[in-house]
Structure formats: C-alpha cells, structure tokens
Design a protein around this ligand. Structure first.
Ligand SMILES: Nc1ncnc2c1ncn2[C@@H]1O[C@H](COP(=O)(O)OP(=O)(O)OP(=O)(O)O)[C@@H](O)[C@H]1O
Ligand SMILES: [Mg+2]
Length: 287
C-alpha cells in the first residue's frame, strides 16, 4: 500500500507542533447558544483520545471546528501548526483533504454507489485518474477487512460494514489526523469492537485519532479521555499538573507563535520548508 506518510514526516519538523491546538475557542450559534465556551486543548501527534460528555455538551461542535467544517466565534485553532483562521478557502480545503479524515456517526455514504466508488470518490481532490483512485480505494477497503465487498452498495452492507467503508474513505488518502464522531454509536457491540480494533491499528501505525464516544468502556480503553460539560472541558486524564486541572493546557498554554520564534502565522505554502505544501495536495499525495 502506498504510504504518503513518508512525505509527511520529512516535510516539516512536525514534532515542533501539536497536531491539534485550541486556545480559548468559543462557538456561539445563532440564537445565542454558547455550544463551546473558551476551550483550550492540545493533542499531540500520534495520540488516541476519547472525547466524552453528556448530550449537548459541545463534543460535535468541537470536533467540527477541529475538522475545519465550521469556524469558531472566538479563539485560535491550529491544526498541525497551521492557524486555520489565516488560511484561504482553497488552503483550508487542501488542509482538510491532505491532513484530516472524518468519520461520522451515520456513515454518510452515497446511496446506489458501490463501496469501491464511495471510497474512491473521497480521493477526487488528488486529481488522480479514476483507475488509480479505485486502486487506492480497493487497498483501503482491504485494510478495513472489506476486500470481498468492494462492489456492494450501502444497502447491501451491514451497519458495521458501512461504518468500515466510511473509515476506509476517511483513511484512503492516509491523513495524519482522523476525527470520529460516535463511530460505533449505530453499531452492535461486535461490530463496534471491530471498528475500535481498526482504529487502534490505525493509531498504532501513526495516525492521530480523536473519538467522540458515549460508550464508557470504549473511552476507558483509550490512552486519554477528555470530558466535556456545558461547552467546557471539565476533565482531562492527560492533565497531570495541578495548574492545568481545568483542562489540559488551559491557562498557560504555550503560544505556538512564540514557540516558533515568530508571532507570524504560518502559510501552508511557505511553512513546510519543502515542496510538500498544503497548497499542492496533488504533489504531496502522489509523491
Ligand atoms: N446549528 C446549531 N444551531 C444552534 N444550536 C446548535 C446547533 N448545533 C448544536 N447546537 C447546540 O449546541 C450545543 C452543543 O451541541 P453538540 O452537537 O456539540 O453537542 P454534543 O455534545 O455533540 O451532543 P450529542 O452527544 O447529543 O451528540 C447543544 O445545546 C445544541 O443544541
Ligand atoms: Mg454530537
């Protein structure tokens, strides 16, 4: 299987940046709902993190912001060192396409489209010819154990299989960051365990993964748990220091700008110091 990860890791001093960095991030919806209230959170490369909390506590709102599907009302969001508020729409699409895979609770697969093309269509941004997209899609389906179901349409698949197709689609481009909103929420426990095994495997191969889950057992089985309530982070198993008790990194979070020795935000085109810019996902993915 092709692993553009090589290009990724050599493209920039990745360890210098958190994979995800939220600083004082708020999201107020029209009508005045403060779904997220000044959240600060840092997640490093290679982490596997559970986001837990009651319904309405802001979990999906936060994940959507991290996935750049939504913009914050206030605060700063950095993904892999990029201040997303400073990126143009095109740069943002490129960042999303090359860096972030998203798995939704309800699969979001196209009906009447084979598993193969549901996955292959997720690679359209690469500009690769369809034959190559399909080749990669097939590899991703094999990776999730669905090599024997490539020509099935969603209605011919079980719930667990559909979720695995959705995961194959999310990881077909080898994104370094995978965000999953209740990936096992619609599955029975056996299928759910299969999906979790798969996510553990992906994490073991280097993918940073953030999972929203209502399942206490699943959350307990992950290395780090972040708890939310009323739009705030109220617990973080990684917050070992007393001064960060309100949430990992809250209060005295490092200023990524300062740490880099420059207050200037990075531009994906320049910041990588190599040809592997977010602006040119085609090159970096094909490399
Ligand atoms: N588009 C919207 N417009 C207005 N309010 C919204 C919108 N989306 C979410 N909210 C509100 O923001 C709050 C946080 O919602 P969010 O979806 O982030 O919760 P959640 O923690 O993911 O909950 P669940 O576990 O039920 O999925 C809720 O009170 C919700 O009603
Ligand atoms: Mg939700």
């Amino acid at each position: 299987m092709t692993h553009p990860a090589t290009a990724r890791t050599t493209a920039a001093p990745r360890a210098a940046y958190a994979m995800i960095s939220l600083t004082g991030v708020s999201r107020t919806y029209p009508g005045g709902v403060a779904a997220l209230d000044s959240v600060s959170l840092e997640i490093g490369h290679g982490e596997l993190v559970a986001i837990v909390g009651p319904s309405g506590s802001g979990k999906s709102t936060m994940l959507n912001l991290v996935g750049t599907l939504d913009r914050p009302s206030a605060g700063r969001i950095e993904i892999d060192g990029y201040d997303v508020s400073k990126l143009s729409d095109n740069q943002l699409s490129a960042l999303r396409a090359t860096t972030i895979g998203f798995v939704f609770q309800h699969f979001h697969l196209a009906a009447r489209v084979t598993a193969l093309d549901n996955v292959a269509d997720g690679l359209i941004y690469t500009g690769l010819p369809q034959s190559e997209r399909r080749r990669r899609a097939e590899a991703a389906l094999r990776r999730v154990g669905l090599g024997h179901r490539t020509y099935h349409e969603p209605h011919e698949l079980s719930g667990g299989e559909r979720q695995r197709v959705a995961i194959a689609r999310a990881v077909a481009g080898d994104p370094p960051l995978l965000l999953a909103d209740e990936p096992t929420g619609a599955l029975d426990s056996v299928s759910g365990n299969g999906v979790m095994d798969l996510l553990h495997e992906l994490n073991a191969s280097g993918t940073t993964i953030v999972i929203i889950t209502h399942d206490r057992e699943i959350a307990a089985g992950l290395p780090r748990q972040v708890g939310m309530r009323d739009g705030r982070i109220v617990s973080d198993s990684a917050a070992n220091h007393p001064e960060t008790g309100e949430g990992h990194g809250s209060g005295e979070v490092r200023d990524p700008g300062e740490e880099r020795g420059s207050g200037e935000e990075r531009d994906p085109g320049e910041g990588r110091g190599s040809g592997s810019s977010v602006r040119e996902p085609v090159e970096s993915e094909v490399a």
